[in-house]
Design a protein around this ligand. Structure first.
Ligand SMILES: NC(=O)c1ccc[n+]([C@@H]2O[C@H](COP(=O)([O-])OP(=O)(O)OC[C@H]3O[C@@H](n4cnc5c(N)ncnc54)[C@H](OP(=O)(O)O)[C@@H]3O)[C@@H](O)[C@H]2O)c1
Length: 291
């Protein structure tokens, strides 16, 4: 029997799905200026959708929108909005409607993260992450729902897997993402009868992202790595996005889809445990400063 690790291939959705699957459709994505959500938007555009990406940093958004338009041949516009501010989101949605006339798909992905124990986290820091991740998701749904109802469209909320168990140094994100998962389930049940679907994608650690770079000790070492043999790739989340928004998923709503190579079922912690709790100074070199 071979003892060689079999590593899951990295594929592109365009190798599997028709390239015009989302022709004439429009996606609105918070957090779309960078990382995972930018990659999710890119995949939708590669299948024919136009897009609006929202975030706080207009320069970053504008640059990303140009890049996405250039590499996909579709149109992407930057819409500046802080998801904590309902009016800013409504303005971003109004700009999207004025440009494209419809919104079919919404990706709620804006989020903040840093590593801190409960003991070392201020009340304000905890509140800020809840405000961006959970309340920001609610605000995004409120701002977009009339248009998604009109198009019988669909939501994907970008969550995480870390709240399925107690993950040290992640109380804020754990609480926030648990709220996001709950919100999506209610949205699925309330809006299903109007033809609107809502699902969650829960990425595991994804390489080449801001989120993962916050742990400075990331490595390609496969010991204790995901069962599928490698760290997550941006394409892995993008491919799941294309599937969940497509008609192939027309009977799937209210679900949470972990995209983590099976690591959720492997019991480990990212920082040495319990050393990281008993002697936080000893792991300080492994933690980057907050945003
Ligand atoms: N990376 C991972 O391994 C991983 C694992 C599990 C889950 N996730 C989730 O995946 C999503 C993307 O993470 P990422 O690692 O790709 O990080 P990222 O590149 O930092 O993406 C976060 C995005 O959210 C935007 N954002 C932050 N605060 C905002 C606010 N108040 N209003 C509007 N936009 C805001 C940021 O843009 P501005 O700064 O311009 O506002 C940024 O574009 C997040 O929901 C994260 O929780 C990531």
């Amino acid at each position: 029997m071979s003892s060689r690790l079999v590593v899951a291939p990295v594929t592109s959705s365009t190798d599997v799905f028709r390239q015009d699957v989302f022709k004439g459709k429009v996606v609105f994505c918070t957090g779309g200026g960078s990382g995972i959500c930018k990659s999710m938007t890119e995949a939708m555009m590669r299948h024919g959708a136009n897009a609006a990406i929202a975030g706080r940093n207009l320069e970053k958004l504008t640059q990303s929108a140009h890049e996405l338009s250039r590499i996909t041949g579709q149109k992407c516009i930057p819409t500046q909005a802080d998801v904590r501010q309902p009016q800013q989101l409504k303005d971003a949605v109004a700009k999207t409607m004025a440009t494209f006339g419809r919104i079919d798909f919404v990706i709620c992905g804006a989020a903040g993260n840093f590593l801190a124990s409960i003991d070392g986290m201020s009340e304000n820091a905890f509140k800020t992450v809840i405000e961006i991740d959970t309340i920001g998701t609610f605000n995004t749904v409120k701002a977009t729902l009339p248009h998604v109802r009109a198009s019988h469209g669909s939501y994907i909320h970008v969550s995480a897997t870390l709240h399925y168990k107690g993950t040290p140094y992640q109380v804020h994100v754990s609480a926030a993402k648990a709220g996001v998962d709950a919100l999506s389930a209610v949205l699925a049940v309330e809006e299903g009868p109007r033809g609107v679907r809502s699902n969650v994608i829960a990425p595991g650690p994804i390489g080449n992202t801001e989120g993962l770079s916050r742990l400075s000790n990331q490595s390609s070492d496969s010991r204790n790595g995901p069962p599928l043999g490698r760290v997550g790739h941006l394409n892995d989340v993008a491919n799941a996005t294309v599937f969940l928004f497509s008609d192939a998923a027309s009977y799937i709503t209210g679900q949470v889809l972990p995209v983590d190579g099976g690591i959720e079922h492997l019991r480990t912690t990212q920082l040495p445990y319990p050393q990281s709790m008993l002697d936080p100074d000893s792991v300080k070199h492994m933690i980057k400063s907050r945003m």
